[in-house]
Design a protein around this ligand. Sequence first.
Ligand SMILES: C[S@@+](CC[C@H](N)C(=O)[O-])C[C@H]1O[C@@H](n2cnc3c(N)ncnc32)[C@H](O)[C@@H]1O
Length: 209
Amino acid sequence: MTVAPDGSPVEVYERLPELGEAGYVAQIVAPPASLLELGCGTGRVTAQLAAAGYAVTAVDESSDMLARVRGAETVCAPIEGLELGRRFDAVLLFSNLLTVETEQRRAFLDTCARHSSLLVVETLPLAWEPREGESRIGDIVSRLRIAAVEAGVVHGAVDYEVGGRTWTHEFAMRVFADEAELEYALAEGGWRLERWLDRDGGWFVATTG
Ligand SMILES: C[S@@+](CC[C@H](N)C(=O)[O-])C[C@H]1O[C@@H](n2cnc3c(N)ncnc32)[C@H](O)[C@@H]1O
């Protein structure tokens, strides 16, 4: 199994089906808006956005992930410190990237602010309580294991099973206890929670200024 630096298994993400992510973006900006998608992986969401007519620039630090992206300009780089020298109609920060530790989260939010004043986020729901167990999406079986929950950070692992092969992705994810905690974290990066698109699903829009 090929793995990105953050532990994400490439073959899992290239098999993960579309889950309607572009529909959230369409509630905020219409095609042909320019979008900066951070942590695009294999381009699962990128493909949906490109098909809808958006001009997408897709960023990931894994060249193995990026090699699978279609229909977008690609940039292989860490999100932290990224400076493309141009602005976009919106920046997309999906896949729980907001749950990283404080310093990295600030760096992510700084990058977002350097590139747009509109941010669409998918993250864990507020006060998320992990439940161990097995689930299936498409032909991927995943088993969630929790090791500990300490000071608002969930430590655990997901065992993925794809076509007879398995891969374990260990993680540590910060869970925002309530809206005030989320707003504080956003404000550190110069962002303000504008509105929820799907509160239970962890989708929201933030703006600067
Ligand atoms: C969980 S995967 C999700 C991929 C895609 N957003 C999706 O939903 O299918 C997270 C992706 O973010 C990328 N990533 C994580 N941290 C990153 C960083 N600091 N800089 C650039 N890419 C990063 C990983 O390489 C991986 O491809």
